[in-house]
Write a protein that binds this ligand. Structure first.
Ligand code: ATP
Ligand code: NCN
Length: 195
């Protein structure tokens, strides 16, 4: 059993996330790839976050049609900060003997030494890292032994920040998030500037 886990704020999810996840399905051939929206990303306390329900609904729309994708809501139901070490411990207990792979972009890989109890993360999961924004994958100083797989995927120059900024400018974000998520955002008026 091979489980790929893709954690993120997904505020909102976009086509860069989808490209990464699809590439990982091809490259890693996991039995399942679970998308894990963060409840409280403790390192982004001031950042706007759409309500958990909206982020789950957007993820359901983005990932529809791929049977190996599923959205796992456990971090949304947990009290307190969303620590990846807690999540991986839960998966390891639920699936003894399974190979766990945690997907992250280079920006988060670079920050890994700042994560809470990162040694548990690196003990329990293989890190699957993609370059981002033209930055090659570089192991950050101070990160202990870990299993690493680099996916050489063509860069998809998109971020949730860029999507939120485009919405604030009144632009159509369909090309960034896909038609389904764009219409969900518009119908719920997410990320619009409050008057
Ligand atoms: N375009 C992309 N290509 C590859 N990986 C990405 C891309 N965008 C985000 N990721 C990765 O997906 C994970 C979740 O990202 P997150 O939900 O924070 O999106 P983001 O676009 O980085 O958001 P923000 O702009 O708000 O920081 C992170 O590991 C991040 O590195
Ligand atoms: O466990 C931690 O301390 C930790 C610190 C920062 C980020 N993470 C996780 O890394 C994933 C990507 O985070 P982000 O902010 O880039 O969306 C997401 O699952 C976060 O919960 C985890």
């Amino acid at each position: 059993m091979k489980l790929a886990l893709f954690g993120g704020s997904f505020d909102p999810p976009h086509l860069g996330h989808l490209a990464f996840a699809r590439f990982a399905l091809q490259a890693l051939a996991p039995d399942r790839l679970l998308w894990l929206p963060a409840g409280r990303q403790w390192q982004k306390p001031d950042q706007m976050m759409a309500a958990p329900r909206h982020r789950v609904n957007m993820l359901e729309r983005l990932t529809a049609g791929e049977p190996r994708f599923a959205v796992d809501e456990r971090e949304l139901h947990r009290r307190g900060p969303s620590f990846t070490s807690d999540t991986l411990r839960e998966f390891a207990a639920e699936h003894p003997g399974a190979e766990l792979m945690f997907l992250i972009g280079q920006d988060q890989y670079a920050r890994l030494p700042t994560w809470y109890r990162v040694e548990i993360v690196t003990e329990l999961a293989t890190l699957v890292v993609v370059p981002r924004a033209g930055e090659a994958v570089v192991t950050p100083p101070g990160l202990g032994a870990h299993r690493l797989q680099v996916l050489q995927m063509p860069d998809v120059p998109l971020s949730s920040t860029a999507v939120r900024q485009a919405i604030a400018r009144g632009e159509d974000v369909g090309p960034m998030v896909g038609a389904e998520v764009a219409s969900y955002i518009a119908s719920h008026r997410l990320y619009e500037k409050k008057p």
